[in-house]
Design a protein around this ligand. Structure first.
Ligand code: HAM
Length: 428
C-alpha cells in the first residue's frame, strides 16, 4: 500500500539504485557498441516545437503527444521520438559536415500511450542514425549495430530476430496486384496492422479500403504470409521494378551474411512500420517467441531532413527501447546482479580516532578508491562493522589507539576474514 501522499503518474518509472542498475547496464552496452562502430554521441532538448511532429511522424504518434501551450504562447511537445530532433539539429549544421554523419543518442522519450505490457508513457531509446549515405551498405551497417546491441547484452539468434522489408518493394508488389497509386498509403496502413487483426477483418478492409478484388486480396494475403523473398521473386520477379528492388535487398542481406549476422535476419514483407517518414528498407527486432512487442524499429527515411527545412540528405537509423528489452533480459535470466560495492569502510574504534579515520578516508578517496565510514561518531565497533557489511565493503580499516601508537591500522578482508596491518605512512 502506498504510504506517500503523492503517487507516481501512471506509465512513469522511478529508478531507485537497483532499478537504475539495469538501465545503466543497458545504456552502457548501447554506448560501447555505438563507439565500436565509430558513432558519435549527441543529444537535444526534451521539449520541442509541436510543429516538428505534426505531419512528419504520422497520425499515430501525434495522437500520443504530451503537448501544451507554454507561458510564451508557444505550442510545444515533449519529444515522443528522436528522429525529428535529429533532422532539425542537422538542418542547422549538416552543410559544413563531412558525410556520412554517424550519430547516436539515448534520450528519454514521452508518449501518452495506453499502458500495457512493454508500453509505458516514458522510455529510454537508443537512436543510431547514418545521415548522408544512400548506399544500401549504410542500411546493413545500421541493422548490424542494432543486432550487436542485443548480442552485447548476452542475447543470441535463439532469442531474437530482425524482420526486414522494403517499402519500395512493397509498393511495387501492391501496384503489381492492382492497388491504385492513391490507395497505397491505406494499403500500407492495413498491412502494418495485419498481424494484430483477425484474418476476416484484414480481408474485408483490403477489399473495402484498398479497393482490391477478391482474388487479388487472397493472392496478396497468401504472399504476405509466405514471408519469403523467393515467393515474391516467383510471382513478380519478371517485372523490372520488382527485380531492381529484389536485387538491392539481396545486396543488403548479403552484407549482413558476410558480417556473420545472417542467422538474425529474416525477410518479411509484412513489416511496414507505423511512422510516416520511412522511404526504403524497414526493420523490426522481435523476441523469437513472438510474445513481446517490438524491441527495436527503424529504416531508411530519405526525405525527412528536407521536410524539416534542411539539406536534402538520405538517412537511415533505428530506435531501440529499454522497456521490452528489459523484459526480454529478465525472461532469459540476463539481468545484472545488483551489488553494493565499496573498496574500504573505515572504522574508528572510539571518537578519539575520528580525525585520523577521516584523514585516511580522504587520502584513499583522493587516490580513487571508494570509501565510506559511519557518520555518527559515537557508533560502537560492532555496529560500524555491520554497516561496512551492508555497504558491501571489500576491506575494513580499523583505526584503534594501540595500532595508531604503533603507526599502523588493521585491514580486515570482509570476504576471507583475513587481517593484515598497513603502515599509517601508506595511508596518509
Ligand atoms: P518506434 O518504432 O516508434 O520508432 O520506436 C522504437 C522502439 O522504441 C520500439 O520498438 C519500442 O521498443 C520502443 N518504444 C516506443 N514506444 C514505446 C513506449 N511507449 N514504451 C516503451 N517502449 C517504447 C521510432 O521512434 C523511430 N524514431 C526510430 C528511428 C530512428 N527510425 C530512424 N531512426
Amino acid at each position: 500500500m502506498a504510504t506517500s501522499a503523492f503517487q507516481r503518474l501512471p506509465g512513469f518509472r522511478d529508478f531507485p539504485p537497483e532499478e537504475l542498475a539495469l538501465r545503466s547496464h543497458i545504456q552502457e552496452a548501447w554506448r560501447r557498441v555505438s563507439r565500436r562502430y565509430g558513432f558519435q554521441e549527441y543529444d537535444g532538448p526534451p521539449l520541442e516545437p509541436l510543429e516538428l511532429y505534426v505531419e512528419k511522424s504520422g497520425a499515430e504518434i501525434v495522437g500520443q503527444l504530451y503537448n501544451f501551450t507554454d507561458k510564451g504562447e508557444r505550442e510545444v511537445a515533449l519529444r515522443p521520438e528522436m528522429t525529428p530532433s535529429l533532422a532539425r539539429i542537422l538542418g542547422d549544421r549538416s552543410r559544413g559536415m563531412s558525410k556520412p554523419i554517424r550519430w547516436f543518442s539515448t534520450p528519454q522519450l514521452f508518449r501518452y500511450e495506453r499502458q500495457q505490457r512493454g508500453r509505458l508513457r516514458e522510455h529510454f531509446q537508443w537512436n543510431v542514425d547514418i545521415v548522408g549515405e544512400e548506399d544500401v551498405a549504410a542500411d546493413a551497417e545500421v541493422l548490424a549495430v542494432a543486432i550487436d546491441g542485443l548480442r552485447e547484452l548476452g542475447l543470441g539468434p535463439d532469442d531474437f530476430r530482425a524482420r526486414v522489408s522494403d517499402r519500395r518493394l512493397l509498393r511495387e508488389v501492391l501496384l503489381a496486384v492492382g492497388v491504385e497509386e492513391e490507395r497505397l498509403p491505406t494499403a500500407f496502413g492495413i498491412i502494418d496492422k495485419l498481424e494484430r487483426m483477425p484474418r476476416d477483418k484484414a480481408r474485408a478492409t483490403l477489399l473495402k479500403d484498398a479497393k482490391l478484388g477478391s482474388a487479388e486480396t487472397d493472392g496478396l494475403l497468401e504472399l504476405l504470409d509466405s514471408a519469403g523473398l523467393d515467393a515474391v521473386r516467383a510471382r513478380f520477379g519478371d517485372r523490372g521494378a520488382v527485380a531492381a528492388e529484389l536485387a538491392r535487398l539481396a545486396q543488403y542481406l548479403g552484407a549482413l551474411e558476410a558480417m556473420g549476422l545472417g542467422a538474425f535476419v529474416q525477410f518479411d514483407l509484412r513489416i511496414v512500420r507505423g511512422l510516416a517518414y520511412y522511404t526504403g528498407i524497414v526493420f523490426e527486432l522481435f523476441d523469437r517467441k513472438g510474445a513481446l512487442r517490438a524491441i527495436c524499429g527503424g529504416g531508411r527515411y530519405d526525405r525527412l531532413l528536407e521536410l524539416v527545412g534542411g539539406e536534402p540528405l538520405p538517412a537511415v537509423g533505428f530506435g531501440m527501447g529499454d522497456v521490452v528489452l528489459g523484459e526480454l533480459l529478465a525472461e532469459r535470466g540476463l539481468l545484472p546482479a545488483y551489488e553494493r560495492a565499496l573498496d574500504y569502510f573505515v572504522v574508528a574504534v572510539s571518537p578519539e580516532q575520528r580525525a585520523q579515520a577521516l584523514r585516511i578516508a580522504h587520502t584513499l578517496r583522493d587516490r580513487g578508491s571508494s570509501v565510506a565510514y559511519a557518520l555518527k561518531a559515537e557508533l560502537g565497533v560492532t555496529k560500524q562493522l555491520k554497516a561496512a557489511d551492508r555497504e558491501g565493503a571489500k576491506e575494513v580499516l580499523i583505526v584503534g589507539p594501540d595500532e595508531l601508537a604503533r603507526g599502523c591500522v588493521v585491514a580486515k578482508n570482509m570476504e576471507s576474514g583475513g587481517e593484515r596491518e598497513i603502515a599509517l605512512s601508506e595511508l596518509t
